[in-house]
Design a binder for this molecule. Structure first.
Ligand code: C2E
Ligand code: MG
Ligand code: MG
Ligand code: MG
Length: 271
């Protein structure tokens, strides 16, 4: 709705849209400091091996509290951070915190190693020159074996505009021994034929397909399993909220399970 402002000129922003713009601006400015002002913290959600029920890994999920606006969901602030360099400083903070935390975890009885740590990585971080060197240096500083780190990337890595740089970065990371998981599988529109050009270890089925479990969703899950078997990848299902879903996913052959029914994102107890 066009309005007259103080100088009698027409403004094309409604009040609501002005408030929104102002919020975006303030949040974006605050994000530049977030890695050093104590407003960020990580929660950890367990991911279980379907067969044994052991905890295979924890996914680090970022939380941000803004002084004025309160808790902001990651879907909002990550998108904002990606519009500036804040995604790089925040991404480094996540990497360091998560690796330091995971380095202190004990090995459960009968397990070959402590749980892995999975971190989400924005395509903007991944294609930043020197990203694999940063990861390598951080692992060394924290004393974490590369085999215990999982980098989760979305299907944006399959976009032909990113593919070359993303693929080079992922290959360098994989060369270190780090696992690569393709997150939110099934939601992208990218060419699946490019999948085999990337050094992937697992497909992570998007929670929307687990929530529905209708005919169409089951087809996507079956397709993910087929592709995974073909290329030697594991399949992880996220968003598991009921025992019924667990039973179905297990019987279909899904390798790992994550969701509120099994464990919510939480601060880890001291070991
Ligand atoms: P994601 O990586 O796909 O993470 C899974 C999301 O599903 C998380 O939301 C998690 O809390 C939620 N979830 C887990 N189990 C269930 C369940 O049973 N039911 C439902 N309804 N939801 C469940 P969250 O924590 O809000 O994170 C949203 C997204 O923000 C993440 O999706 C990821 O893409 C992004 N994100 C989170 N932390 C980071 C980070 O450190 N860096 C980057 N670049 N992105 C991050
Ligand atoms: Mg994820
Ligand atoms: Mg996901
Ligand atoms: Mg997601």
């Amino acid at each position: 709705e066009a309005k007259k402002n103080g100088r009698g000129q027409i403004s094309f922003y409604s009040e609501a849209s002005y408030t929104l713009q102002r919020r975006r601006l303030k949040l974006t400015q605050a994000l530049a400091q977030a890695h050093q002002d104590g407003s960020l913290h990580l929660l950890y959600q367990p991911i279980y091996t379907a067969g044994t029920g052991q905890i295979a890994s924890y996914e680090a999920l970022l939380r941000w509290r803004h002084a004025e606006y309160g808790n902001i969901v990651p879907d909002e602030f990550i998108a904002l951070a990606e519009t500036s360099n804040a995604i790089q400083t925040i991404g480094r903070w996540v990497l360091e915190q998560a690796c330091r935390q995971a380095a202190s975890w004990p090995t459960a009885p009968g397990q070959p190693q402590p749980p892995r740590i999975a971190i989400n990585t924005s395509i903007r971080q991944l294609v930043q020159p020197g990203y694999s060197d940063l990861v390598s240096a951080t692992l060394q500083q924290c004393g974490l074996a590369p085999q215990r780190l999982i980098i989760e990337v979305t299907e944006s890595v399959l976009d032909e505009r990113n593919m070359d740089r993303a693929s080079a970065s992922l290959s360098a990371l994989h060369g270190l021994g780090v696992e690569i998981h393709l997150d939110d599988f099934g939601t992208g529109y990218s060419s699946l034929s490019r999948l085999r050009q990337l050094p992937l270890d697992a497909l992570k089925i998007d929670k929307s397909f687990v929530t529905d479990m209708d005919e169409k969703s089951l087809t996507v899950i079956e397709a993910a399993l087929l592709i995974a078997r073909r290329y030697g990848l594991r399949v992880v299902a996220e968003g598991v909220e009921s025992a019924q879903q667990i039973a179905t996913l297990r019987s279909m052959g899904v390798d790992e399970l994550q969701g509120y029914h099994l464990g919510r994102p939480a601060p880890l107890p001291a070991p």
